[in-house]
Write a protein that binds this ligand. Structure first.
Ligand SMILES: NC(=O)c1ccc[n+]([C@@H]2O[C@H](COP(=O)([O-])OP(=O)(O)OC[C@H]3O[C@@H](n4cnc5c(N)ncnc54)[C@H](OP(=O)(O)O)[C@@H]3O)[C@@H](O)[C@H]2O)c1
Length: 509
């Protein structure tokens, strides 16, 4: 029976199924001394191990260029788990058992000799730990190395083995349509499509997966999930932090590339997709791709009318974007973008999807909000209705993960006065635990060979084909009048007026 940390029975968790443990295998992390491995991958692996979700003999080879011994690598990974994992290595002897499967392999990405010796090491691990030739390669490196590493793996014949071989490619996957297509072409001679796992860590989030469970595991929402009942959809990914130490990367990317092309278009397609014929990876991807294909392309007129971009300036004891480390002091990179998407199909014709994302906004929150139409006939007095907004359903992705329904109720008393009330579901209260880390889900899925939560080739390219004309238009347009919102505000004023002009407004956090 499932219990929380204090051994209290959580009724909603009773009877929950546990997943099949993957086959034994080796995870090779290219870039294993980097930030991603330190903050996300190793803590996720240790948590999976402590939760009994990793197979017997599971092993990790860290590949990077700095000189270090296995022992040093294990020490650094222990420190990473100590800082970022849910389970602390010091709390039990589990770390010793886990760390026996950690190895370090020093080599440069361009050195073919380094891949030949990696092959030898993998054979030794297979013999010592029973990992049966199963290999998962993880490209946790700067994107310019993805193609090189994959070519080297191919040249060293490491893409074939007696077991399965797969490769996880980190985000960003290209910086426009041409580069994403080129990268796909560079990966495909070595790995075929079912072996390639293009990561978008948003898809690993429990609450993002719950969008499908909510829509297709219930009968009552699907009949109203269309243009007959829905006025518009709002998708917000607001961050309160600035660029932190990612200024160098971010200044070359911007909000449209960093957030909209990947995470936000994923949320749009999950919200708008038709029910797939099964939960099979290709069936789900097929439906998501149909949504992306139905999004109306951006012409120059639509870019001017339906997209607002912004950049934060100084706020109360907060630096402006152009003052951040490794950011060009004259940068025109957008840290905020709001856009209206039209999905030209039977279900969504005339229902705008209003999407916004930004850094240094007032509050951190990510949600999908379904704004329903107003009642068709005002049965109650005008004054009674004035105090309530039409129904809204919010799927809160983070923080305080949950689902909230807004509706009208009669205020107790002799007069008919309506008030807005909310019905709230919180993951943490219902299931007794906050959702796990996205990387835990994604790593285990890749080991199990399930690519449902990863991006397919066509999905990535269609998403880029929507975004690339906007990037090109901006690149040739006069420099925008940045900064246009203060750090800690809710974005540029123009983003409000662009919804208000249609009688709509952004939801409060
Ligand atoms: N950090 C995050 O939270 C995060 C989040 C989402 C996506 N990502 C993506 O994940 C990828 C990795 O990011 P990161 O922040 O971990 O990068 P990072 O901290 O810069 O780490 C880069 C790694 O690559 C290794 N490396 C670089 N050049 C090498 C070479 N020529 N030969 C061998 N090893 C080499 C480095 O090894 P040495 O230390 O030995 O030099 C280091 O282990 C990027 O594509 C990033 O966009 C990161």
């Amino acid at each position: 029976m499932l219990t929380d940390e204090k051994s209290k029975v959580i009724p909603l968790r009773v009877g929950m199924t546990t997943h099949r443990v993957p086959d034994p295998g080796v995870l090779v992390i290219f870039g294993a001394t980097g930030d991603l491995t330190h903050r996300k991958l190793m803590p996720a692996l240790f948590d999976l191990f402590c939760d009994g979700k990793l197979p017997q003999g599971f092993s990790v080879v860290g590949f990077a260029r700095r000189e270090k011994s296995n022992e040093q690598f294990r020490g650094e990974m222990r420190a990473a788990a100590d800082e970022f994992a849910r389970n602390k290595p010091g709390d039990s002897d589990r770390w010793d058992e886990f760390s026996q499967g950690l190895y370090y392999h020093r080599a440069e990405f361009h050195e073919s000799q380094g891949y030949a010796s990696l092959g030898e090491l993998l054979k030794q691990i297979d013999a010592a730990r029973g990992t049966r030739g199963n290999r998962l390669f993880y490209l946790a490196t700067a994107p310019e190395y993805y193609a090189l590493i994959v070519q080297q793996l191919g040249a060293a014949d490491l893409c074939k083995s007696s077991g399965w071989t797969r490769v996880i490619v980190e985000k960003p996957f290209g910086r426009d349509l041409a580069s994403a297509h080129e990268l796909n072409m560079q990966l495909l001679p070595t790995f075929n499509e079912p072996q390639i796992y293009r990561i978008d860590h948003y898809l690993g989030k429990e609450t993002v997966q719950n969008v499908m469970a909510f829509r297709f595991g219930n009968t009552i929402f699907e009949p109203i999930w269309n243009r007959n009942y829905i006025d518009h959809v709002q998708i917000t990914a607001a961050e309160s932090v600035g660029v932190e130490d990612r200024g160098g990367y971010y200044d070359k990317a911007g909000a449209l590339r960093d957030m909209v092309q990947s995470h936000l278009l994923q949320l749009v397609s999950l919200t708008a997709m038709e029910p797939p014929v099964s939960f099979d990876s290709n069936a789900v991807h097929d439906e998501k791709v149909k949504v992306l294909r139905a999004i109306r392309p951006f012409t120059p007129e639509r870019i001017e009318r339906d997209i607002v971009r912004g950049q934060y300036g100084r706020g109360k004891s907060m630096l402006g974007y152009r003052e951040e480390p490794r950011v060009d002091p004259n940068s025109s990179t957008e840290t905020y973008v709001a856009l209206k998407l039209n999905i030209d199909n039977w279900r969504w014709a005339g229902v705008p999807f209003c999407v916004r994302t930004g850094k240094r906004l007032q509050k951190r929150f990510t949600e999908i909000a379904i704004q329903f139409r107003a009642v068709p006939h005002p049965l109650f007095a005008r004054e009674a209705l004035q105090t309530v907004n039409p129904n809204a359903l919010a799927l809160r992705i983070q923080p305080d993960e949950g689902i909230h329904l807004r509706f009208a109720a009669k205020r107790p008393g002799q007069t008919t006065e309506l008030r807005e009330v909310k019905m709230d579901f919180y993951y943490k209260t219902a299931f007794g635990s906050a959702p796990g880390e996205a990387y835990e889900t994604l790593l285990i899925d890749a080991m199990r060979g399930d690519s449902t939560l990863f991006n397919r080739k066509d999905e990535v390219e269609i998403a880029w084909s929507l975004i690339t004309p906007v990037l090109e238009y901006w690149a040739n347009a006069p420099a925008p009048n940045f900064p246009n919102y203060a750090a800690g505000a809710w974005g540029p004023e123009a983003a409000d007026t662009f919804l208000q002009s249609e009688g709509r407004e952004w939801r409060a956090a």
